[in-house]
Design a binder for this molecule. Structure first.
Ligand code: ADP
Ligand code: ZN
Length: 627
């Protein structure tokens, strides 16, 4: 019993690429495919299986949405997060796509209505939670429906080693066994080879064509600052270009999340906390406010993440060091999915290194795990301390070669380096002479010749190194120690005190056989660093041809505000997040180009046929009446 083909499907003899472009333009309002989207879509339309590795914001959803519209039948999308499913379906419906979701939040009656629509051939896309996707009831339902393709989103959830592991994902291969003719596409933003291997094996995708996109996110500007006055630095960062923007601040501990959120709120930033220690209702409430309101800053532990596909997150700030480069990349990747300029900002200091090393040591994991964690931390420290381009370093970590980007702190303001050979020798011998039993605070006191209780107790004033570094300020000494640790010359003791110890490699430095070049930490004093923010955007936004809202002149900015407030009204009225109505990028382009008639408006990215029909008049009216 086959369902009839839906009337919107393209005739089968069309060359796939032309038909796909037509759908892209008419339904989604975009001009051209990004990266490999076009090839991926053609491959699926031709009934091939695909594994797609693409960074967050790369445009994975279109890879299965467009072929679902082109192939006969309904695209089945397995997606792990119910909240996301809801927004995706809402966004598709706005574009006139016949989409629905089946999950546990639906009443039995609503679920039956969705099933009936599927069987009647009235659905283009059906989102389903993984636990439901493998139930006998659902499989029998699919037996009676026509399936355009099967998409498995967030495919890395099959990986038992990853932190997003979902046991139900392990059973998804049954879908393939049951429906061998439906092309399958698995998608993820997790790039490492191990996870990829697991996806291929566990989802039985051995014959799938693998598409690996560049992992560069050109619109994200990376900045890593030396932490000296963290709260003030964070506030300055937000105040300086991100006031009223939506962003995420990551902290390591629950307590710090609460404190930071409260403190930001006191300072006029609309901040909300999110961590696993809060009760579930409060957490859900904060997450959904973040998702649907504008200008909310969420302060969170890394528990806050996968449920987020808000396109207009303008910044991600790390208030504590993440655990690895992968973690950093994944977390910062939540910024700027819409392709507009976004910031990834991190404040990092010596205390972070000590804390992370201790966390690794204190865990009950085995030695192999500790070694891996420790190596991962080293790679991250390398990224923090590099004087070269951050992006080059980041991409190199994922095996991708690149050239300096022009859109990171080090490219924009090349850091000064200095010959720290003498200072390094002093620091190392202070560690050695005091018996490798003291932390950085005391070592600096010794170097600077301070008369403290501890100095007296241990008679450290008698040492040759006492006071040799008095001419250098404390801040610089901290920076020296931090970099010596990051460079691997100094280790942090395994015990609880964080005593510094010499690594073998420090010998050459101590003996004066190796020179040490360190970066000088500029104490960020204010906005000088961000002066270039309103630039034309070297590499930034270029991927999508998007415009930085900061580039609008006052008159256009005013129009943008009017458009946004109209959008807020729509969003409230329809109970959908603002970005589901229209993306920021779309509003910015309208404000900048001021379309005077429907045809011009149709040319704006993000305005498809349905949105033109639904919102066109009102938008044109707002533009017309703007000064
Ligand atoms: P991912 O799932 O890979 O994180 P999405 O599918 O959510 O990314 O897409 C990210 C953003 O890019 C969305 O706002 C989407 O509308 C936009 N986008 C995707 N493909 C295109 C395209 N070809 N042209 C313009 N915008 C696109
Ligand atoms: Zn750079």
């Amino acid at each position: 019993m086959k369902a009839p083909a839906a009337p919107t499907k393209a005739p089968p003899h069309d060359p796939p690429h032309a038909a796909a472009l037509e759908v892209l333009r008419r339904v989604f309002g975009y001009d051209a495919f990004r990266g490999e989207q076009g090839e991926i879509i053609a491959h699926l339309v031709g009934a091939g299986d695909a594994l797609v590795l693409m960074p967050t914001g790369g445009g994975k959803s279109l890879c299965y949405q467009v072929p679902s519209l082109l192939r006969e039948g309904c695209g089945i999308v397995v997606s792990p997060l119910i909240a996301l499913m809801h927004d995706q379906v809402a966004a598709l419906r706005q574009a006139g796509v016949r989409a629905a979701a089946l999950n546990s939040t639906l009443s039995a009656r609503d679920a039956r209505a969705v099933e009936a629509a599927l069987l009647a051939g009235e659905l283009d896309l059906l989102y389903v939670a993984p636990e439901r996707a493998v139930t006998p009831g659902f499989l029998e339902l699919l037996d009676r429906a026509r399936i355009a393709l099967i998409a498995i989103d967030e495919a890395h959830c099959v990986s038992q080693w990853g932190h997003d592991f979902r046991p139900e994902y392990l059973q998804l291969a049954t879908l393939h066994e049951r429906f061998p003719d439906a092309p399958r596409i698995a998608l993820t933003a997790t790039a490492d080879p191990l996870t990829r291997q697991e996806i291929v094996e566990r989802l039985a995708l051995r014959d799938a064509r693998v598409f690996v996109a560049s992992f560069d996110r050109p619109n994200i500007r990376y900045t890593i600052v030396d932490r000296n006055d963290p709260r003030a630095q964070l506030l300055r960062f937000i105040g300086d270009g991100h006031r009223g923007h939506c962003g995420i601040v990551y902290c390591l501990s629950r307590r710090k999340v609460d404190d930071t959120a409260a403190w930001l709120l006191e300072n006029g930033v609309r901040a909300l906390p999110y961590h696993a220690g809060m009760d579930a209702a409060a957490r859900t409430r904060n997450q959904s406010r973040f998702q649907s309101e504008e200008g909310i800053v969420i302060v969170a532990t890394i528990a806050f993440g996968m449920g987020i596909d808000k396109p207009d997150v303008r910044f991600v700030a790390h208030f504590d060091l993440p655990k690895s480069v992968e973690g950093y990349y994944q977390e910062t990747g939540r910024a700027g999915r819409d392709g507009l300029a976004a910031d990834a900002w991190m404040a990092y200091g010596l205390a972070d290194v000590v804390q992370q090393r201790r966390l690794i040591e204190a865990s009950d994991a085995d030695d192999a795990y500790k070694r891996v964690s420790s190596a991962k931390l080293d790679a991250l420290l390398g990224l923090c301390e590099t004087a070269g381009c951050r992006r080059v370093r980041l991409l190199a970590y994922f095996g991708q070669a690149s050239v300096p980007c022009g859109n990171c702190d080090n490219c924009l303001h090349p850091p000064q380096t200095w010959d720290a050979t003498e200072a390094a020798r002093m620091a190392l011998s202070a560690i050695f002479r005091t018996g490798q039993r003291f932390g950085v605070v005391h070592l600096i006191d010794v170097l600077r010749g301070k008369d403290t209780e501890r100095v007296r107790r241990w008679n450290h004033a008698a040492l040759g190194v006492f006071g040799v570094g008095a001419g250098t300020d404390e801040h610089t000494w901290r920076s020296v120690f931090r970099q010596l640790i990051a460079l691997g010359y100094v280790r942090i003791e395994h015990g609880a005190h964080g005593a510094l110890q010499l690594d073998e490699s420090s010998r050459e430095v101590l003996r004066g056989e190796r020179a040490v070049q360190l970066r000088s930490d500029v104490r960020a004093k204010g906005s000088a660093r961000r002066g270039a923010r309103r630039r034309s955007g070297a590499g930034s936004g270029a991927a999508s041809g998007a415009v930085d809202p900061g580039q609008l002149d006052a008159r256009d900015a005013e129009l943008l505000e009017k458009l946004k407030s109209w959008r807020s009204g729509q969003s409230r009225e329809q109970s959908v997040p603002a970005y589901v109505v229209l993306h920021d990028a779309t509003l910015v382009e309208i404000a900048r180009t001021r379309p005077g008639h429907a045809d011009a408006l149709a040319g704006v990215a993000g305005i498809g046929a349905r949105k033109l029909e639904r919102y066109g008049e009102e938008l044109l009216e707002i533009v017309r009446t703007a000064t």
